[in-house]
Ligand binder design. Structure first.
Ligand code: PLP
Length: 366
């Protein structure tokens, strides 16, 4: 069997969720498990968290139904709400909660007769300029919804554009708009994503929406004491499948991007962009071989990548290679570090791990 596997530590997931709750003890935290729990397996992650969380958040009704079919009974909020009016009968049937960001969604809901009122989070565009009503338009929409028989548990929801940055001026502008709106409407709030949960207590509302931190990635520009307690959930591990010796000047891989500056030993590892490993990884991107740091040498191929193991004499066929996460000897390669070498973020690496990589679940609730 091909040795590449994504090991998912469900105990680490629960630890990170508890950390999010401890950051914001006055808030209830929904666990954001959209995009297949950021590539970790939504049903498995939801099962591991269900006893602890008050609700889950997903992007769309397909993801919510997958959770119900997997036996998940806790409330599930659709962060982008419905995509067409027909979905409301499924929302009602499964007891989903919805966000509302557009006038057509308001009209559809007010024309619908649910069996029971639907919990609604009204999305306000406080500065992200993606989804939501402007702070000027939101009060009129709020008034229509708050008294509607179709609606219960109405909340204001918004999303931050810069909560990960150390510099807080734009975050503070968004907060100021939200605070004045919430005061005017006497509205409960759901604002904080992971970075706001970790770094901006002012944003902690009745509800928070941590996502990436649950998977052990640090979303902050500058790590803090709390982010250092995050534990990686996914460890992407493979093995060396071949080794070769190269003379000075010899190239490796497509285009010969990397060339040996000394006599070198190159390990071929079973992992490539056909598995979701980022092809933008530059020479020097770290991996762990037998728990020791080594560097990628040459362009990532579809099914393989190549690593300079010249300084690691014990590297052999079958040696463990960690692309990110923890190795079996306990050393850790943070995914955020790998992401920087790929000029991307942990979110794309995690959600990019393709279905051909088997997920192996570990932990008390696996
Ligand atoms: C509306 C909304 N809330 C919360 C989150 C979770 O954000 P994060 O993963 O940065 O915690 C996301 C993620 O994209 C989102 O779109």
């Amino acid at each position: 069997m091909r040795p590449l596997e994504a090991h998912i530590d469900l105990d680490a997931l629960r630890h990170n969720y508890q950390l999010a709750c401890r950051c914001a003890p006055q808030s209830r935290s929904v666990a954001v498990i959209k995009a297949d729990a950021y590539g970790h397996g939504a049903v498995e992650c939801a099962r591991a968290l269900e006893a602890d969380v008050p609700a889950f958040a997903v992007a769309c009704i397909e993801e919510a139904i997958q959770l119900r079919e997997g036996g998940i009974q806790k409330p599930i909020i659709l962060l982008e709400g419905i995509f067409n009016a027909d979905e409301l009968s499924l929302v009602d049937l499964h007891g989903f909660w919805i966000s509302i960001h557009s006038e057509w969604q308001v009209a559809a809901l007010l024309a619908f007769s649910p069996r029971q009122p639907i919990p609604v989070w009204l999305k306000v565009d406080s500065g992200m300029h993606r989804l939501g009503f402007s702070p000027e338009d939101a009060p009129a929409v709020w008034q229509r919804l708050v008294s509607a028989p179709q609606v219960t548990a109405l909340h204001l929801m918004s999303h931050f554009a810069t909560a990960d940055a150390r510099e807080g001026s734009y975050f503070n502008q968004q907060m100021a708009r939200l605070k004045s709106l919430a005061k005017r409407l006497d509205a409960p709030l759901c604002l904080a994503n992971s970075p706001a949960t970790l770094a901006w207590p002012a944003a902690h509302g009745d509800w928070n929406r941590p996502g990436i931190m649950l998977y052990g990635s640090d979303p902050l520009e500058v790590a803090n004491e709390t982010t250092q307690q995050l534990r990686p959930v996914m460890s992407l591990r493979s093995e060396i499948i071949a080794l070769r010796e190269l003379e000075v000047g010899e190239p490796v891989g497509y285009g010969g991007r990397w060339r040996a500056k000394r006599r070198s030993r190159i390990a071929v590892v079973a992992a490539g962009y056909g598995d979701g490993y980022d092809r933008h990884a530059v020479d020097g991107t770290p991996v762990l071989v037998n728990g020791k740091r080594c560097q990628i040498a040459g362009k990532v191929s579809m099914d393989m990548l190549t690593v300079d193991v010249t300084d690691l004499p014990d590297a052999a066929i079958g040696s463990e290679v960690v692309l990110w996460g923890g190795s079996s000897d306990g050393s850790v390669l943070p995914i955020d570090e790998v992401a920087r070498y790929c000029d991307t973020i942990s979110y794309t690496l995690l959600t990019g791990v393709l279905p051909r990589v088997p997920r192996r679940y570990h932990g008390a609730l696996a």
